[in-house]
Design a protein around this ligand. Structure first.
Ligand code: TMP
Length: 222
């Protein structure tokens, strides 16, 4: 049982590195603004000054999977409290480049950190108490819609080969990204209503059309 944000629209974007989320997030922001919505564009790990500092550590400093998981959840806590929950309470559209599914995919499936422990951390950070409603765990807040840019790891690797200096994740071998994609598939299977899987191995125009359709199917755009 999870809570979905009731006021505002919370949309997250997921996929392995190189899946090509960024341009589509920007186009979607324009589409919402054209309809008169106030849009907050943000990302994880990051989105607040503290969380951006944690992002630099997670992307660059050597650490084990548990430390990674704790740091991304610490960043998420700060981000939820200072940016996400206030924006949703104001009724805005919040477009978030990655959210908790990335932790399950990267730290869980990719690094092999315990899935059940991640579920507990998710309840701590996104559960009732964290949303300020009442004491306790349970009902972790989730996006209203999660768009998963699904791309074969081999295609993503080719795209990334032209990229700037790779960070601790981008430099991982193909097998790591195949595991990460498996983690996303597992999260989709657990919450198929929230997730839309977009085949990212198409032309940018076709991917853009699928992204827009996913948002229309939820009734967020005409
Ligand atoms: P980005 O480059 O798409 O902004 O993502 C930053 C990197 O951080 C990306 O390789 C995925 C990774 N990441 C995690 O490992 N765990 C998380 O919870 C999040 C949000 C991102």
């Amino acid at each position: 049982m999870t809570t979905q944000a009731t006021k505002g629209h919370f949309i997250s974007f997921e996929g392995i590195d190189g899946a090509g989320k960024s341009t589509h997030i920007d186009s979607l922001a324009q589409a919402f603004r054209a309809q008169g919505h106030v849009v907050t564009l943000t990302r994880e790990p990051g989105g607040t000054p503290l969380a951006e500092q944690l992002r630099q550590m997670v992307l660059n400093d050597p650490m084990d999977a548990m430390t990674e998981a704790l740091l991304v959840f610490a960043a998420r806590r700060d981000h939820l409290q200072k940016v996400i929950l206030p924006a949703l309470a104001r009724g805005e559209v919040l477009l978030c480049d990655r959210f908790t599914d990335a932790t399950f995919a990267y730290q869980g499936a990719g690094r092999g950190f315990d899935w059940q422990t991640l579920l507990v951390l998710e309840e701590w950070v996104q559960g009732r108490a964290a949303q300020g409603e009442s004491a306790g765990l349970g009902n972790p807040l989730q996006p209203n819609l999660t768009i998963w840019f699904d791309l074969p790891a081999s295609v993503a690797a080719q795209r990334l080969s032209n990229a700037r200096v790779p960070d601790r994740f981008e430099s991982q071998p193909l097998a790591f990204f195949e595991q990460v994609a498996g983690g996303y598939a597992k999260r989709l299977a657990a919450d198929p209503v929230r997730f839309t899987r977009v085949h990212a191995d198409q032309t940018p125009e076709a991917v853009g059309r699928d992204v827009l359709q996913a948002v229309r199917d939820k009734g967020f755009l005409p």
